[in-house]
Design a protein around this ligand. Sequence first.
Ligand code: GLY
Length: 389
Amino acid sequence: MSRLSSKVPYDVVVVGGGIIGLVTAWRAAQRGLRTAVVDPAPGGGAAQVAAGMLAAVTELHYGEETLLALNLASAARYPAFAAELTEASGEELGYRSCGTLSVALDADDRAHLREVHALQERSGLSSEWLSGRECRRLEPMLAPGVRGGLRADDDHQIDPRRLAKALVIACERAGAEFHRQWADRVTVVRDRTAGVVLADGTGLVADQVVLAGGSRSGLLAGLPEDVVPPVRPVKGQVLRLRVPAAYAPFLQRTVRAVVRGSDVYLVPRENGELVIGATSEEQGYDTTVTAGGVYELLRDAHELIPGITELPLVETIAGLRPGSPDNGPLLGPTVLPGLLLATGHYRNGVLLTPVTGDAMAHVLTTGELPEEARPFTPKRFGARQEQTV
Ligand code: GLY
C-alpha cells in the first residue's frame, strides 16, 4: 500500500534525473507545469562519463539521415540553450565552439575517411579535406604518420558534468521538485498511467509520467509489456588526463580517428582536462573499468597523439549509453495514455539535450510532438506501432 506525498497531483513526474530527464523537467517547469524529478542522485548517470562532443557531422553514420536532421536541429540550438542555461543557473558549462578534426593513420583509413567525406557532402554538411601536413599544421601534436583528415568546424563540445550540475540548479529555480530516491514502479489505473511509487512506498500522483532512465528505462516495474522501451546498455570506458600549463595548448580542437575499427577521440577542455574515449561494449549493466579497455584507449590515442604519455592520468570511468534498435531516441507518448518516453539517445545524449527539452515540453503541454521529433515516436517500435503520432 503506498501513501501519497501530496494531495495535489503533479502535472509531470520525470523518472530519471540524468541530463535528458533534467532538461525535460526544466522545460516543463518553465512552462508552468507542476513538475517532479525522481532520482537518488540527480545529475548523475552517463553525463558523468561522457566526453561532451557535439558531433552531428563527425558522428554521422550510413543510414542515419533522419537522426542527422534531429542532431543538426539540436546543434543549431546549442549556443542559445547554453546561454539561457548559464543565465538560469549561474553556472558556466564549458561550451566551446572549437571544431573537430578526424584523421586517417594509414592508407585504408584514408580511403574510409574519403568515403565519410563524400557522405557528409551528400548530406549537405560542411567539412574540408586536409593533407597530413595540413592536419599537423592545425594540430602540431599529431603523429607524423597522419595521412590526411577531415576538418569539421561545426562539431563543438560542452562539459557534460557542468551541464548536469547547471540543469539541477535550473530545475530547482524553475520550481521542479526533487525526490531523491529510486522509483519503484509506475502505477496504472484503468489503462492509464496514474503516477509512480517511490522506493520508500511514497506514491506520487501525476497526470503524465516521463520515463527518462537512460539505459535502465526498461527496468521500471509496472510497465505493461507493450510500452517497455527497447533500450539496452552500451558500455563506454573513458579516461581523463590533465594538460599541465607548461604543455598548453596541447590540442586546440577535438581530434578523432577510427583505429583498428574502433572510435577514439581526444576532447580538450579549456580547464586543461583532456578526455579520451571511448570503448563500445555490449556487456549488460557492467560498469567495470578494465585493463583491456584502458590499454586499448591509450594505445589508440597514442597512435594519434604520441605526446599523451607525458600527461597525468587522473581518472578512469565507465558508463552506459542507452542504445536503441535504430540508434535514434524514443521521444513522446507511448500507447499507454499518460506515459511518455525520453530515452534511447545512445551516442548523442549530450548533443540532443536542447532539442529533447523543447520537444518534451511541447508534447507535455500540447499532446503533439513537434515536427522534427515525430520520426522518434516510441510507437515506431513494438506490437502497436501502426499508431504513429
Ligand atoms: N558520442 C561519443 C560516444 O558515445 O562515445
